[in-house]
Structures are given as C-alpha cells and as structure tokens.
Design a protein around this ligand. Structure first.
Ligand SMILES: [Zn+2]
Length: 274
C-alpha cells in the first residue's frame, strides 16, 4: 500500500506537469472506484486550469477555480503522466487530458488494479469529509513531541496505535511507526499516557527523520521493484525491526520480537525498547 512517502513522491513527480495547465477532457472508463465518481469530475473539470497539486495525509488534491479533484491511491493505485496515445490497459480507469505545451499533449492516468482508490470532488471553500478531523502533517512544525505528550495524557492505548491514529498525526503507517519507536527506544506496547515528554520529543524527531529520508530516497527509486508489502526495495534493506522477527537486533543482537497490536504486526527489540 502506498504510504505517505510514496504519495508525496507521486505528488512531486506529477505536479510540474500539471500546475498551470488546462484540462481539455476527462475520460472515466468506469463509474466508480472504491466509491462512485461524482458527476462534477467529468462535468466541471474540462476547461479548468490546475492551480495547485496538494497532498493532505495520503490524499492528493488537484485544485481548480471551480473545485478540487480528490484522489487516494488505495492499495494499488498509480498516477502517471503519459502521452495521450499511451495504450490503455485493463486497470487504467481514469485519464485527465491536459492541453499541449512545447513538450506536446499529456494525460494524467489513474491506474488501480484492486480499486480501493478513489476519485472524489471537493467544492471550492469546503473541506471534504474525508479530510475533516485529521491531525497535523508529520513534517510540519505543528507536529512535535509536545503535541504527542498533551494528546496522550490519560490514554491507555498502546503508544504505537496512538502514533498511527490519524486524529493525532496523519500518515504514520505501520512500518514507519515500528521503525520510529525503535529509533526512539520506546516499547510499542507501552501505554501512550505513560511516555514522558522528553521521550515524545525524541519520537517526533525520529518520525520526521524517517519519513523525510523515505521521501528523499523515493524521489529517485520509485521505479525500483516494490515488494508484496508495497515497500520499495531500498527501504526493506534499511529496516531495523519491521519484518525481522527472530533476527538479531542490529544494535544489540537480541532477537527481534513480534506481537499483533490493533490487528497489525508490530516488531520491537526487547532490550533496546523500554
Ligand atoms: Zn536491540
């Protein structure tokens, strides 16, 4: 599943081809993805200029004057900028055609084999319900250790589940939560309310470091092979705990353990993480 770094890498890849360009037509090869595609997408987008390409959590927004297309890649979604005559495959569900420039005409194509992705509509001046009640972006100043500390007081849920709660902070998926907790030396099973302010400061810093690193690497390696968990190959080689049950901790040699928290596999080192 594409995680925040892959979605941000996608945004950075497509934005220069889209911003400032006018949409000439929209081709919807099916009426729905995960949810029905609202009629505004086909009716209002043609003729509009794309003003900005924004990422919020794992959503991408194509902003125009009359409203915004809201996209989520789901499990298997891919967005590519292609020449208009690119052959259409079975899972190429949406094409957004762009006016020609000196490099020729282009289409933005949304491909999604499993169709857990979505294409929705956000009228101008409104916030789509899927974007309401989201916590801050992890790579902004609004996210820090103090925020985690304040929000966690009195919470008995495991700190890993707290960190993965989109109302606390968006985009910290299972892999990144496991790795950040290892880097911060915090046992993922510990009650969120029992983690000190100083340790949350360390955790927030590690979340930022790991996500920023993944985004930076993603920029050049997105076309590398993607393993069945959806992780780019470069990332698998760097993992400290995720997917390493029974293998020696890279820091202390103790066998990495696995437990299921909130239906998700969690990995930690019993010696390095307290
Ligand atoms: Zn260890």
């Amino acid at each position: 599943m594409p995680e925040l770094p892959e979605v941000e890498t996608t945004r950075r890849g497509i934005a220069p081809h889209l911003i400032g360009r006018r949409i000439t037509s929209v081709v919807l090869r099916r009426p729905d993805l995960r949810w029905p595609i609202p009629p505004e997408v086909g009716a209002l987008l043609p003729g509009q200029r794309i003003e900005e390409v924004e990422r919020r959590a794992k959503y991408l927004l194509l902003h125009t004057q009359v409203g915004s297309a809201l996209l989520h890649l789901g499990m298997t979604g891919v967005l590519r900028v292609l020449p208009p005559d690119a052959p259409v495959g079975k899972h190429d569900h949406v094409d957004i055609a762009l006016e020609a420039t000196t490099v020729g005409a282009r289409i933005l194509r949304f491909t999604d084999a499993r169709r857990f992705g979505c294409l929705l509509w956000q009228p101008p001046g409104t916030t789509h319900e899927l974007l309401e009640n989201l916590g801050p972006e992890p790579l902004t100043d609004a996210f820090d250790g103090d925020l985690l500390w304040h929000l966690s007081r009195g919470r008995t849920a495991a700190v890993k589940l707290f960190l993965m709660d989109n109302a606390v902070v968006v985009g910290v998926g299972n892999i990144y939560a496991s790795e950040a907790l290892f880097a911060a030396g915090i046992d993922p099973r510990r009650a969120a309310g029992s983690v000190s302010r100083a340790r949350y400061a360390r955790l927030a810093a590690e979340v930022k470091r790991i996500l920023a690193w993944a985004i930076e690497r993603g920029g050049t390696t997105l076309r590398d092979f993607i393993n069945p968990d959806g992780m780019p190959g470069y990332f698998v080689r760097e993992l400290q705990v995720y997917g390493r049950e029974g293998e020696p901790c890279r820091t202390c040699g103790t066998a990495i353990r696995q437990v299921v928290l909130g239906q998700r596999s969690t990995f930690w080192c019993p010696r390095c993480q307290k």
